[in-house]
Write a protein of this length. Structure first.
Length: 461
């Protein structure tokens, strides 16, 4: 605004004229401003620059694809509030309206603004919102919220998840990705939050149909989403630690006929060959006599399809137990022998040599039936499954059925996912249940009536 230069009388006259003009016409708007009548604000016009995506998380374990543009829902014709505008900028105002009083939005890791992720998670064309916020009472209390518009366009909360005091903005503390594990269209939300030095809470949640459904819940370390090279369903892999650096890599994959995730440790052999085996070999170079590392390496080689190497490593571990037992008789290293023998038997069976495999399997189930596995590989159910497969090879149907029942019963002590029934958590359960249904004339026993399929892409037995 320019300055006025005038005499005292001239200024007084001009000032009086200006006051009269303002009283008659009201305050003029500033150039470029728009009026806002009482009532809801008009929708914000979507702009390409407002779209926010999540960059790759700080760890290489989960990659979040950019949200696919989805057409906005039509404006309701019935009277009601202005629908949520399907742009991140308008969505922020909506998400703030459903947060607890005093809560503040926090940028998701990799985002530049506190606007969250906007994507169709319900499969109905709506633009749902995934956001992170900090509670008003506890500065260290963070929560994840997923919300979507209702029939009137107002946001409703679909799911909240407390992150248990961990600061999700610190590196390696939090992961989030949108992944279609099920293959049914809309992606699911995969989230992992660290709760200790070697554990994370893992969740896979579906919002198809407008309802939150936790498909997978477990604890694990260093989770990673696996994608088959030739296409197909993604898998979820994570470590289950045994002691120190040793651990077994678990892989889970969605199974259509079961309608849930199943253990599918052999479904991604290239993952074991390129990621797991090199890591274990490096660890083993520092502790070459460790039975835990030798066992983990043998399992990884078996899952990578390197049967000859798995057999060699298992026999090396078995031979090393005798030397360890002499050094520490009270350590009971000899009790680990059945675990190595199960690997040896499985390799022989896969080569068609059940004549040598069956006695080894029998030693495993006879020596460890009441104690479970020393390493967490679910040795007893796996050994019974191997006996069942050998019985099938030899045409012994009744014996095969008996071994399958024993495998499933032995699996009840196995640990794993919180969303999988106790007797269905071990690797090989899906195959055992399918075979049991086949030999029972297509009708599985009550405990396995919902288990008819092995995980897609899994290796033999």
């Amino acid at each position: 605004m320019s300055s006025w230069f005038c005499s005292a009388s001239a200024c007084t006259s001009r000032l009086l004229a200006l006051v009269l003009l303002v009283a008659a016409l009201g305050c003029a708007r500033a150039p470029g401003a728009t009026s806002r009548p009482n009532g809801p604000a008009p929708p914000v016009s979507p702009t390409p620059s407002a779209v926010v995506t999540i960059a790759e998380p700080p760890t290489p374990t989960a990659v979040l694809p950019s949200p696919t543009p989805v057409a906005p829902r039509p404006t309701p014709t019935v009277p009601g509030p202005t629908p949520v505008n399907p742009t991140p900028r308008a969505a922020v105002g909506g998400i703030e309206s459903i947060l607890p009083a005093g809560a503040t939005l926090v940028p998701l890791p990799g985002a530049t603004e506190a606007t969250g992720i906007v994507a169709d998670l319900e499969g109905n064309g709506a633009r749902d919102i995934v956001a992170l916020y900090r509670g008003p009472a506890d500065p260290s209390g963070y929560s994840l919220v997923v919300a979507g518009p209702d029939g009137m366009g107002r946001l409703r909360v679909l799911w909240r998840w407390n992150i248990n005091g961990v600061d999700p903005t610190t590196p390696d503390a939090f992961q989030l990705a949108l992944v279609d594990f099920v293959g049914a269209g809309p992606p699911q939300v995969f989230v992992a939050s660290r709760i200790g030095a070697a554990w994370e809470q893992l969740r896979v949640v579906s919002f198809a149909g407008g309802t939150a459904n936790v498909l997978f819940a477990s604890l694990g370390d260093q989770p990673i989403v696996l994608t088959p090279r030739g296409g197909g369903r993604p898998g979820l892999a994570f470590w289950q630690h045994l002691t120190g650096p040793a651990g077994l890599e678990e892989v889970w994959q969605w199974d259509d006929r079961l309608g849930r995730f199943v253990r599918a440790d052999g479904a991604f052999p290239e993952h074991y060959a390129t990621e797991i085996i090199p890591r274990l070999e490096r660890d083993l170079s520092l502790a070459p006599s460790s039975p835990y590392l030798l066992y983990s390496l043998a399992i990884a080689q078996l899952q990578a399809g390197l049967d000859a190497q798995a057999l060699k490593t298992a026999r090396q571990g078995l031979a090393g137990l005798q030397a360890l037992e002499q050094q520490c008789p009270s350590c009971s290293f000899s009790s680990f022998a059945p675990d190595f023998r199960e690997i040896e038997a499985s390799v022989l069976r896969q080569e068609g040599d059940c004549e040598q495999a069956v006695p080894l399997y029998q030693q495993v189930v006879a020596s460890r039936q009441d104690f479970g596995s020393a390493f967490g590989w679910d040795v007893i159910p796996r050994a019974y499954l191997g006996l069942a497969l050998c019985a099938r090879q030899q045409g012994q149907v009744d014996q095969m059925r008996d071994y399958l029942h024993r495998a499933i019963d032995a699996g009840k002590v196995a640990a794993g996912s919180d969303t999988i029934p106790p007797d269905q958590r071990w690797y090989g359960y899906a195959e055992a249940a399918q075979l049991l249904g086949e030999v029972s004339g297509g009708a599985a026993s009550p405990s396995t009536s919902r288990a008819r399929a092995s995980p897609g892409g899994t290796r033999r037995g």
